[in-house]
Design a protein around this ligand. Structure first.
Ligand code: SF4
Length: 470
């Protein structure tokens, strides 16, 4: 029978809290049987490897972890008392271990506890500690510096949710360069998104190599976020990001079946009605030679369904012309397809061999002059599609996020346009706005890519965030 046991913990020694730049310090109270002790050792080993220090007393700890026992009533009582003591002495407490399965009981007695996780939930408890006291920045591990060194203007920011890629597209060597998919825990992504929104970011641009595969590598692991567990899954992440009050734009989304689930969020205005999907081609033969992921063969029907759910959806994409073996028939399929799919924005690249790419071994190199000619035909066809979509917006009143202002007016973007790669909205005479404002504008004119309009409302300052950022 396990007996409750407390790992020595000096409650009397008082030490100054660590200075801001020092390693974060974790106090540990470990109760219960040797298995629980081993759990504590694993958790502590992980935290130490991330740069956390152990604190020998409550006062020197930035957060206290209580690993509980729940085997006997007396052990439960001792665990609850230990949590109470840690709350009284420190106040920042994460609870784990066997009693963690009785979360409601713990929170009823100690409502100020930061997080409760159960036995063997190593990742969750470590994530809860991360949320309570972030680890020091490790440039070899972190994808984005916590301080958020940014090269973008203050009002928009890129939010990288994963690194690497599990696909093996034949023209690409990114998996060789950056390795396999490595997703960030959902609570880390959300913590960064919240920091950005607090700092004045109005538009979050979600990026990765393969955004809709988010979480696959970590089996959609849950992590502690705002007192609950959040799955590292594309839909859940979009839902949470959509609650922050900023525009959320999704880039590099491969059309896996579960992408359908985010369209309702777009229809509700939680996520921008914009999908950046690098289709690369439309001909089944070329897509097969490219070894593209997410190719369903019935993409047009899916796009039509997406538009039934969210009629405002704008699709941006990139394409490659002149891929080895691409015939005139393949190319014509592509031209027809972009018209039917109503691709609003497209980047087009003439195929170039990349050292180390398997596509180099594919027969049927397309001559340079044919690539050039196809590129021009592609751009002309795409311009027509884009111009038709832009013309349909004349006469509407739309939201515009202001990017730049000078003494002649302002330049901004609609929900259908990402910075740098898509079109602009020109608001001549709108000088009383500033970058980051979202104004309503009446669209008066359009060309192939850009819109012109008149600002009809200058916004009162928006709250910097929605739910949960107070
Ligand atoms: S092109 Fe293919 S292999 Fe390369 S990063 Fe994108 S999905 Fe991965």
């Amino acid at each position: 029978m396990p007996t409750a046991k407390t790992v020595p913990y000096n409650r009397k020694t008082r030490a100054a809290r660590a200075p801001a730049k020092a390693a974060p310090r974790v106090g540990l109270v470990s109760l219960g049987c040797p298995k629980a002790l081993v759990d504590s050792e694993r958790i502590v080993t992980k935290l130490r490897s991330e740069g956390y220090e152990l604190s020998a007393d409550y006062a020197g700890a930035d957060v206290v972890l209580v690993n509980t026992c729940g085997f006997l009533d007396s052990a439960k009582r001792e665990s609850l008392d230990a949590i109470g003591e840690a709350m009284a002495e420190n106040g920042r407490v994460v609870v784990t271990g066997c009693l963690g399965v009785e979360k409601d009981r713990i929170l009823a007695e100690h409502p100020g506890v930061l997080a409760v996780t159960g036995p063997h939930q190593y990742e969750q408890v470590v994530a809860a500690v991360h949320e309570a006291v972030p680890p020091l920045h490790d440039p070899f591990v972190d994808l984005v510096p916590p301080e958020g060194l940014r090269l973008t203007p203050r009002h928009y920011a890129y939010l990288k949710i994963s690194e690497g890629c599990n696909n093996r597209c034949s023209f690409c060597i990114i998996p060789q360069l950056r390795g396999k998919l490595a997703s960030r825990p959902a609570n880390q992504v959300m913590a960064e998104a919240e920091r950005l929104v607090r700092a004045g970011v109005k538009e979050l641009l979600v990026i990765s190599q393969d955004t809709s595969a988010y979480g696959l590598d970590i089996k959609y692991a849950e992590s502690a976020y705002k007192g609950r567990m959040l799955k590292a899954r594309f839909l859940e992440l979009c839902q949470e990001l959509g609650s922050l009050g900023a525009w959320v734009r999704l880039h590099y989304v491969y059309p896996y079946p579960h992408v359908d689930e985010v369209l309702p969020l777009m229809a509700e205005g939680k996520v921008l009605p914009y999908l950046d999907i690098p289709f690369q081609h439309a001909s089944p033969g070329v897509l097969k030679a490219m070894r593209r992921p997410g190719h369903q063969g019935r993409t047009l029907q899916r796009i039509a369904k997406w538009r039934e759910v969210c009629p405002e959806l704008a699709i941006r994409s990139t394409f490659i012309v002149g891929f080895p073996g691409e015939t005139e028939e393949d190319f014509q399929i592509l031209l027809d397809w972009i018209g039917e799919a109503k691709i609003a924005r497209a980047g087009c690249f003439k195929y170039e061999p990349v050292e180390g790419a398997t596509a180099n071994a594919i027969d049927g190199a397309v001559p340079d002059e044919v690539k050039e000619e196809r590129w021009h035909r592609f751009m002309a066809a795409q311009q027509q599609v884009s111009a038709g979509i832009a013309a349909a917006r004349v006469g509407r009143t739309i939201d515009v996020l202001i990017d730049e202002v000078d003494d002649e007016g302002a330049v901004g973007r609609s929900k259908w346009d990402a910075p740098e790669i898509d079109g602009s909205v020109f608001l001549n005479g709108a000088t009383a706005v500033k970058p980051g404002d979202i104004v309503q504008a009446h669209v008066t004119n359009a060309d192939e890519y850009d819109l012109w309009g008149e600002a009809v409302s200058i916004p009162t300052p928006r709250p910097s965030a929605g739910r949960g950022l107070g």
